[in-house]
Design a protein around this ligand. Structure first.
Ligand code: SF4
Length: 440
């Protein structure tokens, strides 16, 4: 029996998917901010991919200047609220906090960041005045963190901006791919709506831009930014992945985000993979009430890409890990009934499958968290170079090999954190500005 009862209503969902980083109240923020030592050459700033002046915003919270604190955060990161909740702070800012050198709990930087940003959003505080329009326009493809960050920065530089998004909602994986116990849908959508009110970029949701559309846009816009993210889960080459009951982790996690009460995967679930996405899929399966969840990874615990705290969450949810096994076949006729696994070992540093050491786990669902495909077909005819892993190649300005196009986020970095995507969108916006100024 699993740790969680199958949720039947919103109340059950709230219990099973309780926020792991709940919002601070004023008293908590006051005491948490009082712990900061305002370090000179603060290591927490160095560890933040967006370079937020952390001691400054904590001092502003401490002195009651919440709009100032929010402005300090948004000046460096347009996704301040979301990142405060979903960033792996344990390995970034909080992991670098000087307190950790003494084995003392670090300052709660993420929670303080969210506290200040939440204040600005909830009170709809205007933090930015836009400059005169500069007469130039940019199309942003994809309303994920990198696209929205690029749009905000471009608006601050005087550009007219259209954001196009194939889905009905903004925020890309920040909305569709983040575990519900890390942030709620409302929090994600509220921050993007607030950004849109601040910066006034136009959005076109439910509008899938095709390569011919892009060709047309080339004459309509001064520059085009690609924030298209990654594709679906890359299924491993094993028999049976097309059976009902076997799905990619990205699809499963999106189903949980959009309609959790109908996302129950089955009584017995096997999740394949060793990254953070696999941890989310396993933990969410358990929280949806699956009786057993087995996490299968082909290498050892030490070789998993998942962060330690993500693995701890999985263990706390009652998930059973199984290391050194890989799927050979998904079993079943009309639907998944099990998965056949083979033991693996390392020979000369390479993974080797031991065909004669097999086992079968009966199950109702298999969730593959085996990496995401790249969307290289999307820009195949646009003269945009990709590297050997299918990632878009950009220069320091975020510009691709086709000078009209800039790019950032997962399509460039291969899949990183929201904070990295937001930072890259901002860099590309400045790159677009520098490039167009040089061309004049
Ligand atoms: Fe404050 Fe810790 Fe950053 Fe020092 S390292 S400035 S104590 S949050």
């Amino acid at each position: 029996m699993g740790e969680y009862r199958k949720p039947e209503n919103q109340e059950d969902l709230n219990t099973n998917f309780e926020q792991i980083h709940p919002l601070m109240d004023a008293t908590m923020a006051y005491y948490a901010s009082a712990r900061c030592l305002y370090c000179y050459d603060a290591p927490c700033i160095e560890a933040c991919p967006s370079g937020i002046d952390i001691p400054l915003f904590i001092r502003q919270i401490r002195t009651g200047n919440l709009p100032g604190a929010a402005r300090t955060i948004y000046n460096s990161n347009y996704f301040g609220h979301i990142c405060g909740k979903v960033c792996p702070t344990e390995v970034l800012c909080e992991g670098a906090c000087v307190y950790t050198e003494q084995d003392v709990e670090p300052v709660e930087i993420g929670a303080l960041q969210t506290y200040a940003c939440d204040h600005a959003i909830r009170h709809d505080i205007r933090l930015y005045d836009l400059p005169e329009a500069n007469g130039k326009n940019v199309a942003v493809i994809g309303a994920g963190p990198t696209g929205i960050a690029c749009a905000c920065e471009l608006r601050l530089l005087g550009y007219d901006v259209d954001v196009f998004e194939a889905k009905a909602h903004p925020s890309g994986l920040a909305l569709h791919g983040t575990a519900p116990y890390k942030i709620t849908n409302e929090e994600v959508l509220d921050e993007v709506a607030w950004l849109q009110r601040q910066f006034g970029f136009r959005t076109h949701y439910g509008k899938r831009i095709t390569p011919p559309d892009l060709r047309k846009m080339e004459s309509e816009y001064d520059a085009i930014f690609l924030g298209i993210g990654l594709g679906h889960t890359r299924m491993p080459p094993v028999e049976g992945t097309d059976l009902p009951g076997c799905e990619g982790a990205i699809t499963f996690i999106e189903r949980v985000k959009l309609d959790p009460l109908s996302a129950y995967p089955g009584d017995r679930v096997v999740v394949v993979g060793g990254g953070n996405t696999a941890m989310d899929a396993a933990s969410e399966s358990a929280r949806l009430g699956a009786r057993s969840v087995t996490l299968v990874y082909r290498r050892s615990r030490a070789e998993m890409n998942a962060y330690d705290f993500e693995y701890d969450l999985v263990k706390q949810a009652g998930v059973e890990p199984l290391f050194h096994y890989t799927p050979l076949r998904i079993l079943g006729e009309d639907k998944v009934t099990g998965v056949e696994l083979a033991r693996t070992h390392i020979v000369d540093g390479k993974l080797s499958v031991m065909d004669d050491q097999r086992m079968t786990i009966p199950c109702d669902a298999v969730i593959m968290a085996t990496g995401q495909s790249k969307q290289t077909g999307y820009f195949a005819d646009l003269d945009i170079h990709v590297d050997s892993k299918g990632r878009i190649v950009v220069n320091a300005l975020g510009q691709t090999s086709n000078q009209k196009y800039f790019a950032g986020g997962d399509a460039v970095n291969g899949g990183a954190e929201v904070v990295n995507a937001a930072a890259e969108g901002k860099i590309a916006a400045r790159g677009i500005h520098a490039s167009l100024a040089e061309a004049e």
